[in-house]
Ligand binder design. Sequence first.
Ligand code: RB5
Length: 192
Amino acid sequence: MAADHGCFTVKSALKGDLARLGREAIDLGTMDEEPVDYPDFADRVVEALAAGRAGLGVLICGSGIGMSIAANRHPRIRAALCQDPAMARLSRQHNDANRLVLGARMAEPAPAAACPTAFLEPPFGAGRAPRRAASGRDRGQAECNEDEHGKPKQNRARDLAGVWAEERCRRRACRGRYGDCDFHGSRAVQGH
Ligand code: RB5
């Protein structure tokens, strides 16, 4: 778990709650009110996952928005900003979230404290069909292209790279007009 300077007391309280529930939380900071940049702390929690030190994680900032944006830049991170235990539970059951994000200045203290407990309870797929999340269509390309051991899925990787490039291009309404998208070629046009 990690929090920025505005929320480290909330983090400490949650850490205590989790310890009482018998869950070990690795505290990755920050530890005081000295102003910090929340992306640095989102990165720490992401790295803990990459290093195999933690499976699930909790990120806390004032609104929860900054931590969500920073964490979800990373391919294997599925960070869910939750305001109550129901959202926390659903983010695991239906969305395969692996990072819980809390906006410590937004939610009332009691529900916020209950969120990590709800988040830790159910495994992915414990609720109704999580087909959409399992299909990989809401996952980053790197995540789609690797198996559960981080090894490239050889044939599928090539197919998916093409599919994703086309999708990105289509969303930008490119259709070849700008030329530098992954799908249509390499004529570079700034900003496309
Ligand atoms: C820090 O002042 C604040 O910007 C941060 O906690 C967070 O709310 C950003 O999204």
